[in-house]
Design a protein around this ligand. Sequence first.
Ligand code: NDP
Length: 453
Amino acid sequence: MSDFDYDLFVIGGGSGGVRAARVAAGEYGVRVALAEEDRYGGTCVIRGCVPKKLMVFASGYRDTFEDARQYGWDLNDGPFDWHIFSGKMRAELDRLEGVYRNLLDGSGVDKFDARATLKDAHTVTLSTGEEKTAKHILIATGGRPVRPEMDNAELGIVSDDIFHLDKLPRSMLIVGGGYIACEFACILHGLGVDVTMYYRGGQILNGFDDEARGLIAEQMRARGISMHSGASVLEMEEREGGIWVKSTMGQDKIFDKVFFATGRRPNSDDMGLGDIGIELGRNGAIQVNEYSQTGVPSVYAIGDVTDRVNLTPVAIREGMAFVKTVFGGEPTPVDHEIIASAVFTQPEMGTVGMSEEEAMAQEPIEVYATSFKAMQTAFAGRDDRVMMKLVVSKENRTVLGCHIVAPQAGEMIQLAGIAVKMGATKEQFDQTCAVHPTMAEELVTMRKPVRTS
Ligand code: NDP
Protein backbone atom coordinates (compact mmCIF):
# COMPACT_ATOMS: atom_id res chain seq x y z
CA MET A 1 0.00 0.00 0.00
CA SER A 2 1.45 3.38 -0.95
CA ASP A 3 1.63 6.29 1.47
CA PHE A 4 -0.44 8.45 -0.83
CA ASP A 5 -4.22 8.96 -0.57
CA TYR A 6 -4.52 8.16 -4.29
CA ASP A 7 -2.48 6.78 -7.16
CA LEU A 8 -3.84 9.53 -9.40
CA PHE A 9 -5.42 12.90 -8.71
CA VAL A 10 -6.95 14.51 -11.80
CA ILE A 11 -7.66 18.24 -11.78
CA GLY A 12 -10.41 19.09 -14.27
CA GLY A 13 -13.52 17.16 -15.27
CA GLY A 14 -13.57 17.86 -19.01
CA SER A 15 -13.27 15.33 -21.80
CA GLY A 16 -9.56 14.62 -21.27
CA GLY A 17 -9.58 14.50 -17.47
CA VAL A 18 -12.71 12.36 -17.18
CA ARG A 19 -11.42 9.86 -19.75
CA ALA A 20 -8.04 9.52 -18.03
CA ALA A 21 -9.66 9.16 -14.60
CA ARG A 22 -12.19 6.54 -15.54
CA VAL A 23 -9.80 4.44 -17.64
CA ALA A 24 -7.14 4.54 -14.91
CA ALA A 25 -9.67 3.50 -12.25
CA GLY A 26 -11.88 1.21 -14.36
CA GLU A 27 -9.31 -0.58 -16.51
CA TYR A 28 -6.12 -0.39 -14.45
CA GLY A 29 -7.79 -0.61 -11.04
CA VAL A 30 -5.82 2.26 -9.49
CA ARG A 31 -7.19 4.63 -6.83
CA VAL A 32 -8.29 7.81 -8.54
CA ALA A 33 -9.80 11.14 -7.46
CA LEU A 34 -10.93 14.03 -9.62
CA ALA A 35 -11.66 17.65 -8.71
CA GLU A 36 -13.85 19.92 -10.82
CA GLU A 37 -14.70 23.46 -9.77
CA ASP A 38 -17.47 23.99 -12.31
CA ARG A 39 -19.56 21.52 -14.32
CA TYR A 40 -18.51 18.01 -15.38
CA GLY A 41 -17.99 17.70 -19.11
CA GLY A 42 -15.85 20.81 -19.46
CA THR A 43 -15.70 23.11 -22.44
CA CYS A 44 -16.71 20.55 -25.05
CA VAL A 45 -19.87 19.33 -23.35
CA ILE A 46 -21.00 22.37 -21.39
CA ARG A 47 -19.90 25.45 -23.38
CA GLY A 48 -18.35 24.29 -26.62
CA CYS A 49 -18.67 21.53 -29.19
CA VAL A 50 -21.93 19.98 -27.99
CA PRO A 51 -24.17 23.04 -27.50
CA LYS A 52 -22.50 24.64 -30.54
CA LYS A 53 -23.39 21.64 -32.73
CA LEU A 54 -26.98 21.73 -31.46
CA MET A 55 -27.06 25.39 -32.50
CA VAL A 56 -25.60 24.48 -35.89
CA PHE A 57 -28.48 22.01 -36.36
CA ALA A 58 -31.06 24.57 -35.20
CA SER A 59 -29.69 27.20 -37.52
CA GLY A 60 -29.47 24.85 -40.52
CA TYR A 61 -33.26 24.36 -40.59
CA ARG A 62 -33.64 27.80 -42.14
CA ASP A 63 -32.03 26.55 -45.37
CA THR A 64 -33.76 23.19 -45.08
CA PHE A 65 -37.21 24.82 -44.99
CA GLU A 66 -36.38 27.05 -47.95
CA ASP A 67 -35.03 24.11 -49.93
CA ALA A 68 -37.99 21.91 -49.00
CA ARG A 69 -40.32 24.44 -50.62
CA GLN A 70 -38.23 24.21 -53.77
CA TYR A 71 -38.69 20.45 -53.64
CA GLY A 72 -42.46 20.84 -53.58
CA TRP A 73 -43.27 20.87 -49.87
CA ASP A 74 -45.89 23.33 -48.72
CA LEU A 75 -44.35 24.91 -45.62
CA ASN A 76 -45.26 28.13 -43.87
CA ASP A 77 -42.65 30.50 -42.51
CA GLY A 78 -42.55 30.69 -38.75
CA PRO A 79 -40.08 32.40 -36.44
CA PHE A 80 -37.38 30.56 -34.55
CA ASP A 81 -38.13 30.38 -30.82
CA TRP A 82 -34.85 30.75 -28.93
CA HIS A 83 -36.65 30.20 -25.65
CA ILE A 84 -37.89 26.75 -26.61
CA PHE A 85 -34.58 25.74 -28.16
CA SER A 86 -32.31 27.03 -25.41
CA GLY A 87 -34.45 25.40 -22.71
CA LYS A 88 -34.13 22.04 -24.46
CA MET A 89 -30.41 22.62 -25.05
CA ARG A 90 -29.79 23.30 -21.37
CA ALA A 91 -31.77 20.21 -20.38
CA GLU A 92 -29.62 18.15 -22.75
CA LEU A 93 -26.44 19.57 -21.22
CA ASP A 94 -27.74 18.70 -17.73
CA ARG A 95 -28.36 15.15 -18.94
CA LEU A 96 -24.86 14.89 -20.39
CA GLU A 97 -23.29 16.27 -17.24
CA GLY A 98 -25.15 13.55 -15.35
CA VAL A 99 -23.71 10.96 -17.74
CA TYR A 100 -20.19 12.22 -17.04
CA ARG A 101 -20.76 12.12 -13.27
CA ASN A 102 -22.16 8.58 -13.52
CA LEU A 103 -19.23 7.40 -15.61
CA LEU A 104 -16.86 8.54 -12.88
CA ASP A 105 -18.97 7.00 -10.12
CA GLY A 106 -19.29 3.75 -12.08
CA SER A 107 -15.51 3.53 -12.41
CA GLY A 108 -14.98 4.13 -8.70
CA VAL A 109 -13.43 7.60 -9.03
CA ASP A 110 -13.80 9.86 -5.94
CA LYS A 111 -15.22 13.21 -7.05
CA PHE A 112 -14.55 16.55 -5.38
CA ASP A 113 -16.71 19.48 -6.49
CA ALA A 114 -13.98 21.97 -5.66
CA ARG A 115 -11.13 24.00 -7.09
CA ALA A 116 -7.75 22.34 -6.72
CA THR A 117 -4.29 23.87 -6.57
CA LEU A 118 -0.90 22.22 -6.21
CA LYS A 119 0.88 22.48 -2.87
CA ASP A 120 3.81 20.30 -3.88
CA ALA A 121 4.69 17.58 -6.38
CA HIS A 122 2.30 15.11 -4.69
CA THR A 123 -0.20 17.26 -2.79
CA VAL A 124 -3.36 18.95 -3.95
CA THR A 125 -5.15 21.60 -1.88
CA LEU A 126 -8.91 21.82 -2.41
CA SER A 127 -11.02 24.95 -2.01
CA THR A 128 -12.89 23.06 0.73
CA GLY A 129 -9.70 23.27 2.79
CA GLU A 130 -8.89 19.56 2.42
CA GLU A 131 -5.50 18.31 1.25
CA LYS A 132 -5.06 15.11 -0.75
CA THR A 133 -1.87 13.37 -1.73
CA ALA A 134 -1.33 11.34 -4.89
CA LYS A 135 1.53 9.48 -6.53
CA HIS A 136 0.65 11.18 -9.82
CA ILE A 137 -1.22 14.39 -10.53
CA LEU A 138 -2.82 15.08 -13.92
CA ILE A 139 -3.75 18.66 -14.79
CA ALA A 140 -6.56 18.82 -17.34
CA THR A 141 -8.01 22.23 -16.62
CA GLY A 142 -8.62 23.30 -20.23
CA GLY A 143 -8.77 26.89 -21.41
CA ARG A 144 -11.06 29.88 -21.47
CA PRO A 145 -11.98 32.56 -23.99
CA VAL A 146 -10.13 35.86 -23.70
CA ARG A 147 -11.17 39.39 -24.57
CA PRO A 148 -8.66 41.77 -26.15
CA GLU A 149 -7.03 44.23 -23.80
CA MET A 150 -8.96 47.47 -24.30
CA ASP A 151 -11.19 49.81 -22.33
CA ASN A 152 -14.73 48.51 -21.82
CA ALA A 153 -13.88 45.06 -23.25
CA GLU A 154 -16.19 43.59 -20.58
CA LEU A 155 -19.14 45.03 -22.51
CA GLY A 156 -18.54 42.26 -25.05
CA ILE A 157 -19.63 38.68 -24.46
CA VAL A 158 -17.49 35.57 -25.13
CA SER A 159 -18.41 32.11 -26.39
CA ASP A 160 -19.27 30.83 -22.88
CA ASP A 161 -22.05 33.48 -22.67
CA ILE A 162 -23.75 32.64 -25.97
CA PHE A 163 -25.49 29.61 -24.53
CA HIS A 164 -27.01 31.68 -21.71
CA LEU A 165 -28.56 34.53 -23.69
CA ASP A 166 -32.12 35.34 -22.53
CA LYS A 167 -33.03 36.23 -26.07
CA LEU A 168 -31.31 36.45 -29.41
CA PRO A 169 -30.02 39.93 -30.20
CA ARG A 170 -31.23 41.70 -33.33
CA SER A 171 -27.70 42.61 -34.32
CA MET A 172 -24.31 41.32 -33.31
CA LEU A 173 -20.72 42.30 -34.03
CA ILE A 174 -18.38 39.31 -33.91
CA VAL A 175 -14.72 40.22 -33.45
CA GLY A 176 -12.19 37.63 -34.70
CA GLY A 177 -11.88 35.39 -37.71
CA GLY A 178 -11.03 31.98 -36.22
CA TYR A 179 -13.08 28.81 -35.71
CA ILE A 180 -15.38 30.26 -33.07
CA ALA A 181 -15.99 33.58 -34.83
CA CYS A 182 -16.86 31.94 -38.15
CA GLU A 183 -18.98 29.16 -36.71
CA PHE A 184 -21.06 31.54 -34.62
CA ALA A 185 -21.37 34.07 -37.43
CA CYS A 186 -23.04 31.35 -39.51
CA ILE A 187 -25.12 29.95 -36.65
CA LEU A 188 -26.45 33.32 -35.53
CA HIS A 189 -27.10 34.51 -39.06
CA GLY A 190 -29.08 31.32 -39.66
CA LEU A 191 -31.13 31.98 -36.52
CA GLY A 192 -32.05 35.42 -37.81
CA VAL A 193 -29.48 37.71 -36.17
CA ASP A 194 -28.01 40.53 -38.27
CA VAL A 195 -24.31 39.57 -38.07
CA THR A 196 -21.26 41.76 -38.75
CA MET A 197 -17.71 40.37 -38.49
CA TYR A 198 -14.54 42.38 -37.90
CA TYR A 199 -11.29 40.44 -38.28
CA ARG A 200 -7.87 41.97 -38.17
CA GLY A 201 -6.25 39.81 -40.89
CA GLY A 202 -6.83 39.77 -44.62
CA GLN A 203 -8.91 36.60 -44.56
CA ILE A 204 -10.86 34.45 -42.08
CA LEU A 205 -9.65 31.07 -40.77
CA ASN A 206 -5.96 31.80 -40.65
CA GLY A 207 -3.81 28.71 -41.22
CA PHE A 208 -6.37 26.75 -43.24
CA ASP A 209 -6.04 26.12 -46.99
CA ASP A 210 -6.36 29.48 -48.77
CA GLU A 211 -8.76 28.29 -51.45
CA ALA A 212 -11.00 26.57 -48.90
CA ARG A 213 -11.23 29.55 -46.57
CA GLY A 214 -11.71 31.87 -49.53
CA LEU A 215 -14.72 29.86 -50.66
CA ILE A 216 -16.20 29.84 -47.16
CA ALA A 217 -15.76 33.61 -46.85
CA GLU A 218 -17.37 34.14 -50.25
CA GLN A 219 -20.39 32.04 -49.29
CA MET A 220 -20.75 33.60 -45.87
CA ARG A 221 -20.87 37.00 -47.58
CA ALA A 222 -23.33 35.72 -50.17
CA ARG A 223 -25.61 34.57 -47.36
CA GLY A 224 -25.72 38.09 -45.99
CA ILE A 225 -23.07 38.20 -43.25
CA SER A 226 -21.36 41.57 -43.31
CA MET A 227 -17.64 40.69 -43.24
CA HIS A 228 -14.82 43.21 -42.82
CA SER A 229 -11.15 42.27 -43.12
CA GLY A 230 -8.42 44.39 -41.59
CA ALA A 231 -10.96 45.69 -39.09
CA SER A 232 -10.46 46.09 -35.35
CA VAL A 233 -12.45 47.68 -32.57
CA LEU A 234 -10.92 50.93 -31.31
CA GLU A 235 -13.49 52.06 -28.75
CA MET A 236 -16.66 50.69 -27.17
CA GLU A 237 -19.29 52.30 -24.99
CA GLU A 238 -22.68 51.37 -23.66
CA ARG A 239 -25.16 53.78 -25.24
CA GLU A 240 -28.88 53.96 -25.69
CA GLY A 241 -29.89 51.22 -28.10
CA GLY A 242 -26.87 48.98 -27.53
CA ILE A 243 -23.11 49.02 -27.66
CA TRP A 244 -21.44 51.78 -29.63
CA VAL A 245 -18.35 50.62 -31.48
CA LYS A 246 -15.74 52.71 -33.24
CA SER A 247 -13.56 50.69 -35.62
CA THR A 248 -10.34 51.09 -37.58
CA MET A 249 -12.48 51.40 -40.70
CA GLY A 250 -13.34 54.93 -39.57
CA GLN A 251 -16.95 53.92 -38.94
CA ASP A 252 -18.97 53.87 -35.77
CA LYS A 253 -22.06 51.79 -35.28
CA ILE A 254 -24.38 50.51 -32.55
CA PHE A 255 -24.86 46.78 -32.09
CA ASP A 256 -27.17 44.93 -29.71
CA LYS A 257 -24.28 42.71 -28.68
CA VAL A 258 -20.56 42.49 -29.31
CA PHE A 259 -19.01 39.01 -29.20
CA PHE A 260 -15.25 38.62 -28.77
CA ALA A 261 -14.06 35.42 -30.42
CA THR A 262 -10.45 36.47 -30.14
CA GLY A 263 -8.82 33.27 -28.95
CA ARG A 264 -8.47 31.21 -25.80
CA ARG A 265 -5.96 30.96 -22.95
CA PRO A 266 -4.89 27.92 -20.89
CA ASN A 267 -6.38 27.70 -17.38
CA SER A 268 -3.13 27.56 -15.43
CA ASP A 269 -3.35 30.75 -13.35
CA ASP A 270 -3.18 30.73 -9.56
CA MET A 271 -2.66 26.99 -9.29
CA GLY A 272 0.73 27.18 -7.61
CA LEU A 273 2.42 25.70 -10.67
CA GLY A 274 5.38 28.07 -10.88
CA ASP A 275 6.05 27.65 -7.13
CA ILE A 276 6.67 23.93 -7.53
CA GLY A 277 8.82 24.32 -10.63
CA ILE A 278 6.34 23.66 -13.44
CA GLU A 279 7.27 25.65 -16.51
CA LEU A 280 4.62 27.74 -18.22
CA GLY A 281 5.03 28.87 -21.80
CA ARG A 282 3.42 31.46 -23.97
CA ASN A 283 -0.09 32.34 -22.77
CA GLY A 284 0.40 30.24 -19.63
CA ALA A 285 0.50 26.87 -21.44
CA ILE A 286 1.93 24.09 -19.26
CA GLN A 287 5.12 22.77 -20.88
CA VAL A 288 5.16 18.99 -21.26
CA ASN A 289 7.18 16.35 -23.09
CA GLU A 290 5.81 13.85 -25.64
CA TYR A 291 4.33 11.78 -22.76
CA SER A 292 2.51 14.84 -21.39
CA GLN A 293 4.90 14.93 -18.43
CA THR A 294 5.92 18.29 -16.92
CA GLY A 295 9.40 19.07 -15.57
CA VAL A 296 8.11 17.82 -12.19
CA PRO A 297 8.09 14.05 -12.84
CA SER A 298 4.93 13.21 -10.84
CA VAL A 299 2.86 15.92 -12.56
CA TYR A 300 1.40 15.52 -16.05
CA ALA A 301 -0.86 17.79 -18.11
CA ILE A 302 -3.16 17.13 -21.07
CA GLY A 303 -5.61 19.02 -23.25
CA ASP A 304 -6.02 22.73 -23.89
CA VAL A 305 -4.03 23.70 -20.78
CA THR A 306 -0.95 22.52 -22.71
CA ASP A 307 -1.96 24.45 -25.87
CA ARG A 308 -0.76 21.80 -28.30
CA VAL A 309 -3.66 20.86 -30.60
CA ASN A 310 -6.77 22.26 -28.90
CA LEU A 311 -9.40 19.75 -29.93
CA THR A 312 -11.51 17.42 -27.76
CA PRO A 313 -10.49 14.14 -29.42
CA VAL A 314 -6.84 15.13 -29.04
CA ALA A 315 -7.29 15.76 -25.30
CA ILE A 316 -8.95 12.35 -24.99
CA ARG A 317 -6.07 10.66 -26.82
CA GLU A 318 -3.56 12.50 -24.64
CA GLY A 319 -5.45 11.23 -21.58
CA MET A 320 -5.42 7.64 -22.86
CA ALA A 321 -1.70 7.84 -23.73
CA PHE A 322 -0.97 9.20 -20.24
CA VAL A 323 -2.80 6.29 -18.57
CA LYS A 324 -1.04 3.70 -20.75
CA THR A 325 2.34 5.29 -20.06
CA VAL A 326 1.94 5.66 -16.31
CA PHE A 327 -0.28 2.75 -15.30
CA GLY A 328 0.03 0.34 -18.23
CA GLY A 329 3.82 0.27 -18.32
CA GLU A 330 3.74 1.10 -22.02
CA PRO A 331 5.37 4.46 -22.72
CA THR A 332 3.04 5.97 -25.32
CA PRO A 333 3.89 9.28 -26.97
CA VAL A 334 1.00 11.31 -28.29
CA ASP A 335 0.74 11.42 -32.07
CA HIS A 336 -0.15 14.98 -33.08
CA GLU A 337 0.42 14.46 -36.82
CA ILE A 338 -2.29 14.49 -39.49
CA ILE A 339 -5.36 15.21 -37.35
CA ALA A 340 -8.58 15.64 -39.30
CA SER A 341 -10.92 18.39 -38.13
CA ALA A 342 -14.01 20.25 -39.19
CA VAL A 343 -15.15 23.85 -39.00
CA PHE A 344 -18.92 23.97 -38.65
CA THR A 345 -19.52 27.01 -40.78
CA GLN A 346 -22.25 27.01 -43.41
CA PRO A 347 -20.91 25.52 -45.66
CA GLU A 348 -18.83 23.24 -43.49
CA MET A 349 -15.12 22.64 -43.96
CA GLY A 350 -13.41 19.31 -43.38
CA THR A 351 -9.66 19.26 -43.50
CA VAL A 352 -6.77 16.87 -42.91
CA GLY A 353 -3.05 17.22 -43.51
CA MET A 354 -1.28 20.12 -45.13
CA SER A 355 -2.81 23.11 -46.86
CA GLU A 356 -1.64 23.76 -50.42
CA GLU A 357 0.49 26.64 -49.12
CA GLU A 358 2.17 24.54 -46.39
CA ALA A 359 2.85 21.64 -48.74
CA MET A 360 4.22 23.91 -51.47
CA ALA A 361 6.69 25.40 -48.99
CA GLN A 362 7.88 21.88 -48.18
CA GLU A 363 8.21 20.15 -51.57
CA PRO A 364 7.04 20.09 -55.20
CA ILE A 365 3.32 19.24 -55.34
CA GLU A 366 0.39 18.63 -57.63
CA VAL A 367 -3.01 20.06 -56.72
CA TYR A 368 -6.19 18.30 -57.76
CA ALA A 369 -9.27 20.41 -57.13
CA THR A 370 -12.82 20.79 -58.27
CA SER A 371 -15.59 23.18 -57.38
CA PHE A 372 -19.17 22.61 -58.43
CA LYS A 373 -22.82 23.10 -57.53
CA ALA A 374 -24.05 20.08 -55.58
CA MET A 375 -27.12 18.30 -56.94
CA GLN A 376 -29.30 18.81 -53.87
CA THR A 377 -28.79 22.54 -53.48
CA ALA A 378 -28.58 23.29 -57.21
CA PHE A 379 -32.05 21.72 -57.64
CA ALA A 380 -33.30 24.05 -54.91
CA GLY A 381 -31.97 27.00 -56.90
CA ARG A 382 -28.99 27.83 -54.72
CA ASP A 383 -25.73 29.18 -56.08
CA ASP A 384 -23.69 27.45 -53.31
CA ARG A 385 -20.57 25.73 -54.55
CA VAL A 386 -18.73 22.87 -52.93
CA MET A 387 -15.01 22.21 -53.18
CA MET A 388 -12.89 19.05 -53.05
CA LYS A 389 -9.13 19.30 -53.08
CA LEU A 390 -6.20 16.91 -52.83
CA VAL A 391 -2.65 18.14 -52.34
CA VAL A 392 -0.25 15.48 -53.65
CA SER A 393 3.50 15.03 -53.29
CA LYS A 394 5.12 15.02 -56.74
CA GLU A 395 7.93 12.87 -55.51
CA ASN A 396 6.12 9.92 -53.89
CA ARG A 397 2.47 10.59 -54.87
CA THR A 398 1.31 10.65 -51.21
CA VAL A 399 -1.80 12.69 -50.53
CA LEU A 400 -0.41 15.34 -48.19
CA GLY A 401 -3.67 17.16 -47.63
CA CYS A 402 -7.39 16.85 -48.29
CA HIS A 403 -9.75 19.82 -48.00
CA ILE A 404 -13.50 19.71 -48.43
CA VAL A 405 -15.97 22.58 -48.33
CA ALA A 406 -19.45 21.12 -48.54
CA PRO A 407 -22.50 20.21 -46.49
CA GLN A 408 -21.47 17.32 -44.21
CA ALA A 409 -17.76 17.93 -44.91
CA GLY A 410 -17.04 17.00 -41.29
CA GLU A 411 -18.50 13.53 -41.83
CA MET A 412 -16.60 13.11 -45.11
CA ILE A 413 -13.21 14.14 -43.75
CA GLN A 414 -13.38 11.62 -40.93
CA LEU A 415 -13.26 8.87 -43.57
CA ALA A 416 -10.88 10.53 -46.01
CA GLY A 417 -8.67 11.18 -42.96
CA ILE A 418 -8.09 7.44 -42.53
CA ALA A 419 -6.62 7.17 -46.01
CA VAL A 420 -4.48 10.29 -45.59
CA LYS A 421 -3.25 9.11 -42.18
CA MET A 422 -2.35 5.74 -43.72
CA GLY A 423 -0.23 7.55 -46.29
CA ALA A 424 -2.42 6.72 -49.29
CA THR A 425 -1.20 7.84 -52.69
CA LYS A 426 -3.22 9.70 -55.29
CA GLU A 427 -3.28 6.50 -57.35
CA GLN A 428 -4.81 4.58 -54.41
CA PHE A 429 -7.53 7.22 -54.17
CA ASP A 430 -8.09 6.73 -57.93
CA GLN A 431 -8.26 2.93 -57.59
CA THR A 432 -11.21 3.37 -55.23
CA CYS A 433 -14.45 3.13 -57.17
CA ALA A 434 -16.74 6.14 -56.89
CA VAL A 435 -19.95 6.04 -54.83
CA HIS A 436 -22.51 7.58 -57.14
CA PRO A 437 -24.26 9.99 -57.00
CA THR A 438 -22.51 11.70 -54.10
CA MET A 439 -20.44 14.83 -53.66
CA ALA A 440 -17.54 12.88 -52.17
CA GLU A 441 -17.10 10.78 -55.31
CA GLU A 442 -15.15 13.71 -56.73
CA LEU A 443 -12.33 12.79 -54.34
CA VAL A 444 -11.62 9.68 -56.42
CA THR A 445 -12.41 11.01 -59.89
CA MET A 446 -10.11 14.02 -60.28
CA ARG A 447 -7.84 13.02 -63.17
CA LYS A 448 -5.69 16.06 -64.01
CA PRO A 449 -3.90 18.43 -61.64
CA VAL A 450 -5.12 22.01 -61.75
CA ARG A 451 -1.74 23.29 -60.57
CA THR A 452 1.76 21.96 -60.05
CA SER A 453 4.73 23.49 -58.32
P1 NDP B 1 -8.57 31.11 -32.99
O1 NDP B 1 -7.17 31.20 -32.53
O2 NDP B 1 -8.97 30.10 -33.99
O3 NDP B 1 -9.01 32.53 -33.58
C1 NDP B 1 -8.82 33.72 -32.87
C2 NDP B 1 -9.19 34.86 -33.79
O4 NDP B 1 -9.15 36.08 -33.07
C3 NDP B 1 -8.24 35.01 -34.96
O5 NDP B 1 -8.95 35.48 -36.06
C4 NDP B 1 -7.26 36.07 -34.45
O6 NDP B 1 -6.68 36.80 -35.49
C5 NDP B 1 -8.21 36.96 -33.68
N1 NDP B 1 -7.60 37.74 -32.61
C6 NDP B 1 -6.77 37.30 -31.64
N2 NDP B 1 -6.45 38.31 -30.80
C7 NDP B 1 -7.11 39.41 -31.26
C8 NDP B 1 -7.18 40.76 -30.85
N3 NDP B 1 -6.52 41.18 -29.77
N4 NDP B 1 -7.94 41.61 -31.55
C9 NDP B 1 -8.62 41.18 -32.66
N5 NDP B 1 -8.58 39.92 -33.10
C10 NDP B 1 -7.84 39.05 -32.41
O7 NDP B 1 -9.41 31.01 -31.64
P2 NDP B 1 -10.90 30.61 -31.38
O8 NDP B 1 -11.22 31.31 -30.10
O9 NDP B 1 -11.77 30.84 -32.55
O10 NDP B 1 -10.82 29.05 -31.15
C11 NDP B 1 -9.92 28.54 -30.16
C12 NDP B 1 -9.57 27.10 -30.44
O11 NDP B 1 -10.68 26.30 -30.13
C13 NDP B 1 -9.26 26.80 -31.90
O12 NDP B 1 -7.94 27.04 -32.22
C14 NDP B 1 -9.60 25.34 -32.00
O13 NDP B 1 -8.48 24.60 -31.63
C15 NDP B 1 -10.70 25.18 -30.97
N6 NDP B 1 -12.02 25.09 -31.64
C16 NDP B 1 -12.27 24.08 -32.51
C17 NDP B 1 -13.48 23.97 -33.14
C18 NDP B 1 -13.72 22.86 -34.11
O14 NDP B 1 -12.95 21.90 -34.12
N7 NDP B 1 -14.75 22.94 -34.95
C19 NDP B 1 -14.55 24.93 -32.90
C20 NDP B 1 -14.19 25.96 -31.98
C21 NDP B 1 -12.98 26.03 -31.39
P3 NDP B 1 -5.36 36.28 -36.24
O15 NDP B 1 -5.77 35.10 -37.06
O16 NDP B 1 -4.95 37.46 -37.04
O17 NDP B 1 -4.39 35.91 -35.17
